[in-house]
Design a protein around this ligand. Structure first.
Ligand code: ADP
Ligand code: MG
Length: 336
C-alpha cells in the first residue's frame, strides 16, 4: 500500500489509528463488517455508499440501482457470515423526482423482502446539482446494514493460515465484462451479454453460503474491487501469502466466450462480482462442498495460503505452463 496511493491509503492514514474503540469484539476498521457484542447478542454492521456516475451508469434502471445498493451491503454481511436483519438508508437527491425514487424503492424493497432485511430508518437530503450529470439521477445513497451472528462467531479477513485452501463462490468477472461492453470497449455476442448483464445489474449476495461457512472458514471477504485486490486484503490482514491457479478460477460460460486475456482482466482485476473469497483447512473440503450444495452456490478451490517467509510476492497467480499471470490492473480504487 503506497503512501501516496488511493482509497486504501486514505483509510490507512486517516481512519485506521487503532485507538481504543470500546468493549467491542472488533478493535478498529479493516473488515467487511464491524463485529459488535451487545449484551449476549453479537451483530455485524456494514456501510456502503454508492454514487450515480461512479457506481452506476447514468442511465441505469432505477430498480437495479435500488436492488444493488442493498445487495452490496448484504454481500458484506455475507462475508462476515451474518444473517441480514435491518438496514438504514440515506439518500442525497439533486432534485425531487418521484418517478425515479418510486422505481428505486421498488428494486430496493424487492431485495429487502426477499432477504428478510427490514428498512428501519435513514435520512433524505438535497445535494447540489452536478454539472452535466443526468438531470434525473439522484446523486448518492448510503446504506448501513446489520445482521445477526451466533455468540462468539463471525468471519473476518484476518484468520487465513498457511496450508489453508483458497475458495471462491460462483463465478468471477461477469459484471466487469458487462461494463466493458456497455462502455463500448469489448465486443460480446448478444446472448452472452444478456447473461453477463444480469450479474452486473442484480448481484446475488451470498448470505446463505456465508452463514454455512461460519463454523468452517478461517477468513472471508466479498469481491467488490477485484479478486486479486480483495484476496490481497485477506493476505495483509492474515499476514500470509498465496498462490492461485489461473485455470481453476471459476468463469461462466458467457465469460469463457471472450478471449483469454479479457477473461483474465475481468475475473482477476475486475470488480463488482459480490462473490465470496474464503479460506479453510483442507480437512474441511467435504463440508464446504456440502455448504455449496445446501446454499445452491457453486464453490471452487482456486489456490493455497503460504507462510509469509516464502520469497515470492504476496499473491502469485500461475497459469498452466507454470508462468506467473501478469495482472492488467490492481483492481478498483476510487482515488488511484
Ligand atoms: P468493503 O469493500 O467491504 O466495503 P473497503 O475495502 O471499501 O470495504 O474498506 C476497507 C475497510 O476500511 C473497511 O473495514 C471499511 O469499513 C473501512 N473504511 C472505509 N472507509 C472508511 C472511513 N472513511 N472511515 C472509517 N473506516 C473506513
Ligand atoms: Mg466487502
Amino acid at each position: 500500500m503506497s503512501e501516496n496511493g488511493g482509497e486504501f491509503s486514505i483509510i490507512d492514514r486517516f481512519f485506521s489509528s487503532g485507538e481504543a474503540t470500546g468493549p467491542w469484539f472488533c478493535k478498529g476498521v479493516g473488515d467487511d463488517c464491524a463485529i459488535i457484542d451487545i449484551g449476549a447478542s453479537r451483530i455485524a454492521v456494514t456501510i456502503d455508499m454508492l454514487a450515480m456516475g461512479t457506481h452506476f451508469l447514468p442511465d441505469a434502471a432505477p430498480e437495479d440501482v435500488g436492488f444493488k445498493a442493498l445487495a452490496v451491503n448484504l454481500s458484506d454481511l455475507a462475508a462476515a457470515g451474518a444473517v441480514p436483519r435491518a438496514f438504514f438508508l440515506s439518500i442525497g437527491l439533486p432534485k425531487k423526482d418521484d418517478g425515479w425514487v418510486s422505481r428505486f424503492s421498488r428494486g430496493l424493497m424487492e431485495l429487502s423482502r426477499r432477504s428478510g432485511c427490514a428498512l428501519l430508518g435513514g435520512d433524505t437530503v438535497r445535494t447540489p446539482r452536478i454539472p452535466k450529470a443526468d438531470e434525473n439521477s439522484p446523486a448518492v445513497f448510503s446504506i448501513t446494514a446489520m445482521g445477526d451472528l451466533p455468540k462468539g462467531m463471525g468471519l473476518t479477513r484476518g484468520g487465513a493460515r498457511p496450508g489453508d485452501d483458497i475458495w471462491v463462490s460462483g463465478t468471477l468477472g461477469d459484471a466487469y465484462a458487462a461494463l466493458k461492453y456497455r462502455w463500448g470497449h469489448w465486443a460480446i455476442a448478444p446472448k452472452a451479454f444478456e447473461q453477463l448483464r444480469v450479474r452486473m445489474d442484480r448481484p446475488e449476495p451470498r448470505n446463505a453460503l456465508g452463514r454455512l461457512l461460519l463454523p468452517i472458514a478461517t477468513a472471508a471477504i466479498d469481491v467488490s474491487d477485484g479478486f486479486a485486490q480483495d484476496l490481497t486484503h485477506v493476505l495483509e490482514r492474515s499476514r500470509v501469502k498465496a498462490r492461485v491457479d489461473w485455470d481453476s478460477v471459476p468463469r461462466s460460460e458467457a465469460l469463457r466466450s471472450l478471449p483469454e486475456e479479457q477473461q483474465k482482466e475481468a475475473s482477476l482485476s475486475g470488480g463488482d462480482d459480490y462473490e465470496l473469497v474464503f479460506t479453510a483447512p483442507p480437512s474441511r473440503r467435504r463440508e464446504i462442498f456440502e455448504a455449496g450444495i445446501a446454499s445452491d452456490t457453486l464453490v471452487t478451490r482456486v489456490g493455497t495460503i503460504l507462510p509469509l517467509e516464502s520469497s515470492d510476492s504476496a499473491l502469485t497467480i500461475y497459469d498452466a505452463t507454470g508462468g506467473a499471470v501478469a495482472l492488467k490492473s490492481e483492481g478498483f480504487d476510487h482515488f488511484a
